[in-house]
Ligand binder design. Structure first.
Ligand code: DON
Length: 419
C-alpha cells in the first residue's frame, strides 16, 4: 500500500508539471497545418501532447485532450536521424560519408542543393541527404518493399513495439511529390541514387509515413540518448558511436535553417517533422517529444517548439549548461596506524561518483597536492558509481605510477567498477 502511494506521487510530479505546461500553451493558435500533402492538410489541428523517456526507461506522457497521448501520426522528417543510424550501422561511417556530408546547409528542408565539389547532399537531415541515405539501406539490389520493411523493423526496435505505415498518407504524398522527385533526379544524375527517381521517392515517403505516438518518439530518441540501447527492452539497437554521430548531426543540422538559433536557445539536438512533431535527445539523460500539428513558416510545429523552449529552460536541459564535473570525486583521505606486522601507517583515499577524465584528473592532482603520508595506500572505490574508459585508464595509470614510485597500492573495488 505504502509502495503504491509513493509510486503515484512520483508519477504525478512530472506528469502534473507537463500537463500544466500544455495548458499554458493551449490557446496559442498560430501557424497552419502542412498543406502540401493532402492527407495532412485534412488533419485535426487540436491535438497537443508531450512525452519524456529517461535513459532508465521511465516514460512520462501527457496530452491536452483525451486521446492525444495515444494518437498516432506520421513520423515524417523525424525519421531522418533514425534512417541515418540504420545506414551507418549497415555501411559504416566512412562509406556513408562518401555519399552524404555532415555540414549544416542553412537551407530549407526541401532545397535542391548539393555540396560544390563532392556533389554530395550537405547532410542527412535535408531531403536530398535523406533520400540518398534511404537508398543506402538494405543494399543496392533491394526492392522498395524490402527496404521499407527493413526500416520499419529498425524503427520498431527503437520504439520497443511494432510500428506500421500509414498507406493513405504515403499515397497522398507520392501523388504530390514533384519536389522530391526533382531531388531524386538530381541525385541520380550524380550517381548518388541507383533506383529510379520514382522508387527512391516512394521508399523515402513510406519511411516518412511510419506511424508513431509521442511516447514512441520519446523512446526512439531515448535509445539514441542511451548510446543505442533501447531503455525499456534493453536491446542494443545501434552502436554507441553511431548513436553519438547521429546526435551530433542532429545538433548542427536537425532544425535546418533554424539550427543555430535552436541550439543557442533550446540547446537540445532535435528533429522536426511536418506532421507537427519535434523530437530531441539529451545524451545520457533522456529522449523528449512533443506534437501539435500547426506549423510556422519554417515547417516546425509552433506549440511543440514553444514547449521545447519552456521545458529546456525549466528543467535545465540545455546541452551547454553543464554542471561542474568531477570536482568532488575525492570523498576523503585518511591515515591510520596499522598493526606492527604491517609496519606503520596506511593511507586510504576514498573516491565517489562517476569517474571520467575530469574526476580522474582531479583525483590525481589532489593526492599530489595533499601528499601521501605512508607507503601503504588503499584506493577505495566503494562509493564510485561508474568509471568510463578514460577514467579507467587513468586510475590504472595512477596505480602503476604510484607503484613505480615505491608505494604499495591496493584497490578496493567491491562492485567491480574498474575493468
Ligand atoms: O519530404 C517531405 O516532404 C516529407 N515527407 C517530410 C518533410 C518534413 O517533415 C520536413 N520537416 N520539418
Amino acid at each position: 500500500m505504502e509502495e503504491a502511494v509513493a509510486h503515484s506521487m512520483r508519477d504525478s510530479m512530472v506528469n502534473d508539471y507537463l500537463k500544466e505546461r500544455l495548458e499554458r500553451l493551449k490557446d496559442n493558435s498560430e501557424g497552419a497545418v502542412a498543406d502540401y500533402i493532402p492527407e495532412l492538410a485534412a488533419a485535426d489541428d487540436s491535438p497537443f501532447s508531450v512525452a519524456i523517456c529517461t535513459t532508465n526507461g521511465q516514460v512520462y506522457a501527457e496530452g491536452l485532450n483525451d486521446g492525444d497521448v495515444d494518437l498516432e501520426f506520421t513520423i515524417q522528417s523525424m525519421s531522418k536521424p533514425f534512417a541515418y543510424a540504420l545506414a551507418l550501422e549497415e555501411r559504416g561511417v566512412e562509406e556513408v560519408a562518401k555519399y552524404v556530408g555532415v555540414e549544416p546547409s542553412g537551407e530549407a528542408f526541401n532545397e535542391l542543393s548539393l555540396e560544390g565539389e563532392t556533389k554530395r547532399p550537405m547532410n542527412p537531415m535535408i531531403n536530398a541527404g535523406a533520400i540518398a541515405i534511404n537508398q543506402m539501406i538494405n543494399g543496392e539490389d533491394s526492392t522498395v518493399e524490402e527496404r521499407v520493411e527493413k526500416i520499419r523493423q529498425f524503427f520498431s526496435k527503437l520504439a520497443g513495439r511494432e510500428l506500421s505505415i500509414d498507406e493513405d498518407v504515403s499515397t497522398s504524398e507520392i501523388e504530390t511529390s514533384d519536389r522530391n522527385l526533382s531531388i531524386a533526379h538530381m541525385l541520380r544524375s550524380y550517381g548518388m541514387v541507383n533506383d529510379s527517381a520514382h522508387d527512391a521517392v516512394e521508399s523515402y515517403t513510406k519511411q516518412c509515413s511510419i506511424k508513431v505516438t509521442v511516447s514512441d518518439l520519446a523512446m526512439m530518441a531515448a535509445t539514441l540518448a542511451n548510446g543505442g540501447v533501447q531503455p525499456q527492452t534493453g536491446e542494443r539497437v545501434c552502436g554507441r558511436l553511431v548513436a553519438r554521430h547521429v546526435q551530433a548531426v542532429m545538433a548542427s543540422a536537425g532544425m535546418y535553417n533554424g539550427a543555430g538559433q535552436w541550439m543557442a536557445t533550446v540547446g537540445i539536438p532535435a528533429k522536426s517533422g511536418v506532421s507537427g512533431g519535434i523530437m530531441g535527445t539529451l545524451p545520457g539523460r533522456l529522449g523528449l517529444a512533443a506534437f501539435s500539428p500547426k506549423l510556422n513558416e519554417k515547417g516546425n510545429s509552433v506549440r511543440a517548439k514553444k514547449l521545447f523552449q519552456t521545458l529546456s529552460w525549466d528543467m535545465g536541459l540545455h546541452l551547454m549548461e553543464a554542471e561542474a564535473h568531477g570536482r568532488v570525486c575525492v570523498r576523503s583521505i585518511t591515515s591510520e596506524e596499522v598493526p606492527a606486522a604491517d609496519k606503520g601507517i596506511k593511507t586510504t583515499v576514498r573516491l565517489q561518483g562517476d569517474i571520467d577524465f575530469s574526476a580522474a584528473e582531479n583525483f590525481w592532482r589532489i593526492i599530489q597536492d595533499h601528499g601521501i603520508p605512508s607507503k601503504t595506500l588503499f584506493l577505495d572505490l566503494e562509493k564510485v558509481d561508474q568509471v568510463n574508459a578514460i577514467g579507467n585508464e587513468m586510475l590504472k595509470e595512477a596505480k602503476s605510477r604510484l607503484t613505480k614510485a615505491g608505494y604499495n597500492v591496493t584497490i578496493v573495488d567491491p562492485d567491480k567498477v574498474l575493468k
